[in-house]
Design a protein around this ligand. Structure first.
Ligand code: F0G
Length: 456
């Protein structure tokens, strides 16, 4: 029998979590207009809304924060941070920002204009929004398996190389940069293979298109490469990550994921002219280039955290947790997107609640049920987020009705996951009784954050 994969840490600081009665949760749900973003976090027992900025920091990170140098210019903490990031990525210019989207905003403000188009395996929402804000167009070229919830392909985040090659040829002169998101969050936290990254880099290079990684979850991606890709088993995650970064010309990074910090990010570039322009923009809205959008203590915590994120016993435990949750949900009767991704389990709510039509939001219905039953906060990725109405008012549902259960890093233990699965089983036992929701308020942009609902 294989030994149980344990949490490779012991707990030094604890924080109470809310234990509420069903009546209390019911009242909170009504008060929030059945929108889980409107819940006070104190009313949530298991907060699986996101893995972003929700990590537990280590003793080493807290210790590093205490010795940070908060000088406005030339802080010692910046040089330490810069060294760590440069050793890992190999990039020449390391520009700290307060989070991933701040790096995106600066990069695209300098490179994107109306008429230009940016290919990727799949752009994340904030990446897309920042590119479109500057008048550019986003194109997602993920492989067909990446759009099939049941496909067991080991690298469902891969880009379709044939389509990428054709796209680069067809749009010659109007592609300011090409991207790859590792792992592919919108597609279920699915990894990209090293082979695919090498081939995509070669295509971009042949077409003289700068290649920029969205590297938020680079360590989880590198771990999947080590575990799943032929010939990679004997390499360290760090070595694989170093190779991945060196295939590209720069990256945007949200430290709130694989930086294991609550706030922080960076933009890294090899192009000196572009970096100079980026620093000039940085000064306008983020800050001086040796702190960017961060306090020096954030940079210290980030420098330690990004190394800890490549620790292989940590990554083994993290993947084991995601797999354990996915298996538990499946056994509880909730179909999930396969195989489980790096940071979250995605439940296929359309398959779970076939009697709830898309215009009554099966994903959101399931999200609310998980909260009502046991205080789990999840995130709908379906028709609330992406549904539209045509000019005649006809409802156009999203491609998939998913519910994301994202796992904060180092926060919950195995018994938490066991309890989450019990709650899912209780919800599944009464699935046929669940009724959908009617949207009573729909804001103009990003409806999932502020929409209001009432039960049918
Ligand atoms: N790129 C990816 C792939 C992301 O998942 C995110 C954030 C960002 C960029 C933006 O980074 O939040 O630091 O500005 N994803 C979070 C999530 C919000 O819940 O998946 P940020």
């Amino acid at each position: 029998m294989n030994p149980t994969i344990i949490e490779p840490f012991k707990i030094k600081v604890v924080e109470p979590i809310a234990l509420l009665t069903r009546e209390q949760r019911e009242a909170h749900l009504r008060k929030a207009g059945f929108n889980l973003f409107a819940l006070p976090a104190e009313a949530v027992t298991f907060d699986l809304l996101t893995d972003s900025g929700t990590s537990a920091m280590s003793a080493a990170q807290w210790a590093a924060m205490m010795i940070a140098d908060e000088s406005y210019a030339g802080s010692r903490s910046f040089f330490r941070f810069e060294k760590v990031i440069r050793d890992l990525t190999g990039y020449t210019h390391i520009i700290p920002t307060h989070q991933g989207r701040a790096s995106e905003r600066i990069l695209f403000a300098l490179t994107v204009k109306p008429g230009l188009t940016i290919p990727s395996n799949a752009h994340f929402d904030t990446t897309r929004a920042n590119i479109e804000f500057d008048g550019g167009t986003c194109v997602d070229l993920v492989i067909a398996e990446g759009r099939d919830p049941q496909s067991e392909h080991p690298f469902k985040g891969n880009i379709d190389l044939g389509r990428l090659e054709a796209f680069c040829r067809e749009h010659k002169g109007s592609i300011p940069l090409g991207m790859m998101t590792i792992t592919n969050n919108t597609g279920g936290g699915q990894p990209v293979s090293l082979e695919n990254l090498r081939a995509a880099a070669a295509i971009y290079r042949r077409h003289q298109i700068p290649f920029i990684l969205d590297a938020c979850r680079f360590a989880e991606n590198a771990y999947f490469v080590q575990q799943r890709e032929p010939g990679q088993r004997n390499r360290s995650v760090r070595e694989i990550a170093q190779e991945i970064f060196r295939l590209a010309d720069g990256c945007t990074m949200s430290g709130k994921k694989d930086g294991l910090v609550n706030m922080g990010g960076f933009l890294a570039l090899n192009d000196s002219k572009l970096a100079e322009e980026a620093r000039n923009l940085l000064i306008l809205t983020e800050g001086f280039p040796t702190y960017g959008g961060c306090a020096a203590r954030d940079l210290e915590a980030f420098a330690v955290g990004i190394e800890e994120a490549m620790d292989e016993s940590y990554l083994e435990y993290r993947q084991a947790t995601v797999r354990y949750l996915a298996r538990g949900l499946e056994q509880a009767g909730m179909p999930t997107v396969k195989p489980p991704g790096g940071h979250a389990v995605y439940v296929d709510a359309r398959a779970f609640l076939p009697h709830v039509p898309p215009e009554q939001y099966p994903g959101h219905t399931l999200s609310c049920a998980l909260y009502r039953e046991g205080g789990i906060r999840s995130c709908e990725i379906g028709s609330v987020m992406f549904g539209k109405r045509d000019p005649k008012g006809k409802f156009l549902p999203a491609a998939m009705e998913l519910v994301r259960l994202a796992l904060p890093r180092r926060v919950y233990t195995q018994s938490h996951v066991d309890r989450i699965v019990e709650i899912a089983r209780d919800v599944a036992a009464r699935a046929t009784e669940l009724r959908g929701l009617r949207m009573t308020y729909c804001p103009k942009y990003l409806p999932h954050f502020t929409a209001q609902f009432e039960p049918m």
